[in-house]
Design a protein around this ligand. Structure first.
Ligand code: COA
Length: 358
């Protein structure tokens, strides 16, 4: 299922995002371009601003909610202006595949926008859990063949197929295997750090509902419903390279969930990150939390190229401060009474590690 919460996705040259009413006029004008008419095989023969708005309301928006079709705008990343269209369709959960179609408004061609938008479409599909993205083009469409090749698609044998317009056309199939972008699971001597699954809510609730755990956290003790909401949003934090800019892992020891550790950009452009952890107090004293935090710090510096990773905690949380010191973080500051927590002022301690500390 396509996950609309991943949108918008942006890279250096392009953005993909849901279509908006404000795009309708330029969209309709773009579909009048002879190359779009010849090669894009759109479902309708002619578009007007009004018909595009109707497609947005009646087709695109509900389909994005269902997750079985994404009719997206390709936008200029600097201005967010509509520059073309990318459509991810024919989502097949069993095969883990979907197809992408695209066109770029003539005013925005020649800038590598379509290859950049295909990259983002591949990221969107991959992070929605798909493993293959396909495309079709006609042999005469040189520009699209160049672009698909640039975006990492592999060309197959030409054959006769039905286009989205319903026409029978000779097409060349293309496909790209989607690498899963997450670096998880991470396996250490005694632990597995893996992405959150929907079934993790009750195990996390068991830990986060404990008053001794909640005491030093910003949260109140969790309810089960609260745990389910947390898991739903954590499931989108699958890697620092993605839109969320965050990676949220659960820690398993001997097949039992014993806590979590998360890493997120606080300043992506300058590679500044923060790390946070919670481990079941019942599992303390065996260095399991240390092992998990070390693994996440290795990932932060070695795979994500972090410059600095900070950790902030309630100053009374001495067990956590010892852990930060044990993994080699420097105690940098104590902010006095900067947080009103559960009826009292509390201090915050800040630890950090630089890439050059390692
Ligand atoms: C295909 C399309 C999306 C490419 O858009 P784009 O963002 O301008 O593409 P790019 O600028 O990234 O690259 C296109 C490349 O093809 C080349 N090209 C374009 N037309 C060409 C032609 N007729 N013959 C040979 N090469 C051509 C360009 O010179 C460019 O190569 P370069 O970067 O080496 O100069 C756009 O032309 C379009 O919307 N076409 C109509 C709809 C369509 O065909 N969609 C694809 C359906 S599968």
């Amino acid at each position: 299922m396509l996950d609309q919460d991943l949108l918008p996705l942006t890279n250096r040259r392009a953005r993909i995002r849901p279509l908006r009413h404000a795009d309708a006029e330029v969209y309709a004008a773009g579909t009048e371009d002879p190359l779009v008419r010849q090669f894009a095989h759109l479902p309708e023969d002619r578009y007007t601003s009004a018909s595009v708005r109707a497609v947005i309301d009646q087709v695109a928006a509900p389909a994005l909610d269902r997750g079985d079709l994404a009719v997206l705008a390709i936008a200029d990343p600097r201005t967010d202006a509509f520059a073309g269209s990318a459509v991810v369709f024919d989502v097949d959960e069993t095969r883990g595949s979907a197809e992408v179609g695209f066109w770029v408004h003539p005013a925005h061609r020649g800038q590598g926008l379509s290859a950049a938008a295909l990259e983002l479409s591949a990221e969107f599909a991959a992070r929605s859990g798909l493993t293959t993205l396909t495309a079709r083009t006609v042999p005469a469409n040189t520009a699209s063949r160049i672009v698909l090749g640039r975006a990492g698609f592999t060309e197959g044998e030409a054959c006769a197929t039905t286009a989205p317009s319903g026409q029978q056309v000779q097409t060349v199939p293309w496909s790209r295997r989607l690498e899963q972008t997450s670096h998880l699971p991470l396996v250490t001597d005694r632990l597995v750090l893996r992405l959150h699954g929907v079934d993790d809510a009750s195990a996390l609730h068991r830990i986060y509902s404990r008053p001794d755990v909640a005491r030093f956290l910003l949260d109140e003790p969790w309810t089960l419903a609260g745990a389910e909401e947390q898991v739903a949003s954590r499931r989108r934090r699958t890697g620092l390279e993605g839109q969320s800019g965050a990676l949220s892992a659960v820690i398993e020891h001997e097949d039992r969930l014993i806590g979590d550790v998360a890493l997120w950009w606080t300043g992506r452009d300058h590679r500044l990150a923060e790390i946070g952890w919670v481990v079941d107090p019942g599992q303390g004293g065996r260095g399991l939390a240390t092992e998990a935090v070390r693994a996440m710090l290795d990932l932060a510096f070695e795979r994500y190229g972090a410059h600095r990773v900070a950790a902030q905690m309630d100053a009374r949380n001495t067990a956590s401060a010892r852990l930060a010191e044990r993994v080699g973080m420097h105690r940098e500051a104590q902010l006095r009474q900067d947080w009103w927590s559960k009826g009292e002022w509390t201090d915050t301690v800040i630890f950090a590690m630089l890439a050059s500390d390692r």
